[in-house]
Each structure stands twice: as structure tokens, then as C-alpha cells.
Design a binder for this molecule. Structure first.
Ligand code: P6P
Length: 343
């Protein structure tokens, strides 16, 4: 006799299959390959996901734990006061790659020089560039923060440990993305085959595919910039801001945490700006582990990323912690900003 299972017990194939589309599986699907290199990249992304889970867990309990929030009393290479979460997150990324044979070298916003994991060198030909906690000024007030990452291939032996092979443009990025620690923890990545998002399902402890091939709208109403720097900008940016102030349909949104601001722009359209200022003519944001990874994401989603004149992905840094002005977002909105800039 045919017994029909109650509907609630029949899990639609699409749900089950989606719940099985973890990050590591998606990387192999995205690369359309099961080669050793593809498996290496899949394993690297899994380790990055593990770092995201560890950081997300710490953030979710930070307010209840001793010694998690607040400052360390140290100042980093950027001249910024270091938060305890900055140090913790930086060490998490190092730890998840130990004994992995995958990543030999890590370059972080929090470390003057690249960090080498000897047991992985020279087998692991990949380098992780990352900002472990971006927007850490938000950590103590429970607002969103993020991690930003990029993967590059080590070129040459780097015998002097200066990692000069990293001083190349953004086209050398094999993969890039970010982890947004918000109401949900979301990982967004690209390997040059579109932009894909994954939500951390705490009940599974897995990042599960949410959206594939995300496309940024060509236009968006949001402009995201710290207007407190208005009088430090050159006239081009002041004139752009005066324009959007008068123009119907624009609205300002700025969280002080790059990853959350960029994610809003990626999903809803608009433009994020961090221009040069009189204090910091090159702007505040760092190319190798902030603006280049995000430019890869934004351009893969059909948007645009420039320093006002040049595509961010074309810029060649002179040092690891090189900074660039940044305009990222919807194509039409970035071009509107650029139209105010004398070439
Ligand atoms: P400001 C955080 O320190 C950060 O690097 C980015 O996350 C953020 O977009 C920017 O700096 C905020 O800088 O000068 O507006 O406070």
C-alpha cells in the first residue's frame, strides 16, 4: 500500500540541496574543477570561514566576558589604538592556518611585517591579506564590524621576508571577500566568477549559500561618507556633496565600519567614498587588504571602484600598508562622483 508521508516530512530537494551548499562545495562548483589547486582554494576558504565563526562567537559573547572589549594600550603600524578584539581576531586568522600546508604568509593591518608560518613554507604558495576586524570602533557598542580578506599567490622565494611580490595590482587577487558580523554573520566572496553570499547557520555551524551572482544596481540613493571631513576635502568632493544635498532622492548612510557600509551598497546600490584629506592626502583606507578586495567584489557585481582617477584594481602599491582614496559602488554613482573631479 502506498503511504504518503505528511508534507512536513518531505523536505523539498531545493532546500536540502541548498542546506548542503556549504562554502567549500560552492568554491569547487564556482571553479568548475576538482584539481589540487581547486581543492587548496576550497580548503583555504573553509579555514577563513572557521576564522569567521570563531570571531562571530567571541563578538556575540563579548559583553558577558572579561577582557574581550576595550583597548590593549598598544598602537599599531597605522598609528591606531588597538582593540582587544583586533588582537584576538588577528591571532585567529594565524591559528586557523597553522598546520594547514596552505598559507605560508599572512599580511595584516595589525602587523608591521608579513607573518610566516614556517611549517607551511614553501609548500603553501598562497598568501592571505586581511583586516581582521574592520571598524573596531564599533565593537564596544555592539554595532556591526567586519573582516576583509584577499588571497594571492606567492611569487618567488621572498628570501628577505619583505614580501615585495605583494606590491602588484589587484588583478593578482585570486579570491577576495568579507565577513560581516551583524544580526547575522554573512560571508561574501568572489573568485572572479561572480559574487556570492553565505549566511552562518548557528544550528549547523556552517555558512550556507544565500545568494549567487549578486549584482549591484546601476543607481542607488545612498551616499556613504564621513561628512565630518568636509572641510578637509578638495573642492571636487565638496561640490559633489553640495550636489547630492540639493538633489532629490539621495540619502546619507555611514556606519563608520567599511564592511557594513559596502554591504549596504552592494545589496541596494549607491556609493561609498573615503576621499583624501588635508591630514591624509592618500585617504585612510589601505589598498592591499581593504580597498582592493572590496573593489574586486564591487566590480565582479557590476559596479565600479576607483580612487577618483584610476581603477583601484590597477593601482600598484609602493608598500604593504599603502593607502588610496576610495570611491566604490554603483557604476552610475561612481561616475557621477568622478565627473566632479578634474582629471
Ligand atoms: P572615519 C575603520 O577604522 C575604518 O578603517 C573603516 O572601517 C571605516 O570605513 C573608516 O575607517 C572610518 O573612518 O575617519 O570615518 O572614522
Amino acid at each position: 500500500m502506498n503511504t504518503i508521508s505528511p508534507p512536513e516530512l518531505i523536505i523539498p530537494e531545493s532546500n536540502l540541496d541548498r542546506d548542503c551548499t556549504t562554502l567549500s562545495r560552492h568554491v569547487l562548483q564556482s571553479l568548475k574543477s576538482f584539481s589540487p589547486d581547486a581543492y587548496d582554494l576550497s580548503a583555504i576558504m573553509s579555514r577563513i570561514a572557521l576564522a569567521g565563526k570563531l570571531i562571530s562567537r567571541r563578538l556575540s559573547r563579548a559583553g558577558l566576558m572579561e577582557d574581550v572589549l576595550g583597548f590593549t594600550g598598544e598602537t599599531n603600524i597605522q598609528g591606531e589604538s588597538v582593540k582587544k578584539m583586533d588582537t584576538y581576531a588577528n591571532e585567529v586568522f594565524i591559528s586557523v592556518f597553522k598546520q594547514s600546508g596552505l598559507v605560508c604568509r599572512l599580511a595584516s593591518e595589525e602587523m608591521d611585517k608579513p607573518y610566516y608560518i614556517p611549517e607551511n613554507c614553501p609548500i603553501g604558495r598562497y598568501t592571505l591579506l586581511y583586516d581582521p576586524i574592520d571598524g573596531s570602533s564599533n565593537v564596544d557598542i555592539n554595532l556591526n564590524v567586519g573582516s576583509i580578506f584577499a588571497i594571492r599567490q606567492q611569487e618567488g622565494e621572498d628570501l628577505d621576508g619583505e614580501a615585495t611580490d605583494l606590491l602588484q595590482n589587484g588583478s593578482k587577487q585570486i579570491a577576495a571577500g568579507y565577513i560581516l558580523y551583524g544580526p547575522a554573520t554573512v560571508l561574501v566572496y568572489t573568485m572572479g566568477n561572480g559574487v556570492h553570499s553565505f549566511f552562518l547557520d548557528p544550528s549547523l555551524g556552517e555558512f550556507i549559500l544565500a545568494q549567487e551572482n549578486i549584482k549591484i544596481p546601476d543607481h542607488g540613493s545612498v551616499y556613504s561618507v564621513n561628512e565630518g571631513n568636509f572641510w578637509q576635502w578638495n573642492d571636487s568632493f565638496r561640490n559633489y556633496i553640495r550636489y547630492v544635498h540639493r538633489q532629490e532622492g539621495y540619502t546619507g548612510r555611514y556606519s563608520g565600519a567599511l564592511v557594513g557600509d559596502i554591504h549596504r551598497i552592494l545589496m541596494q546600490g549607491g556609493v561609498f567614498l573615503y576621499p583624501g584629506t588635508t591630514d591624509q592626502p592618500q585617504g585612510k583606507l589601505r589598498l592591499l587588504y581593504e580597498t582592493a578586495p572590496l573593489a574586486f567584489i564591487i566590480e565582479q557585481a557590476g559596479g565600479k571602484a576607483s580612487d577618483g582617477i584610476n581603477p583601484i584594481l590597477d593601482i600598484i602599491p609602493s608598500k604593504i600598508h599603502y593607502r588610496t582614496p576610495a570611491i566604490l559602488g554603483s557604476k552610475n554613482e561612481v561616475e557621477l562622483v568622478e565627473s566632479f573631479i578634474e582629471k
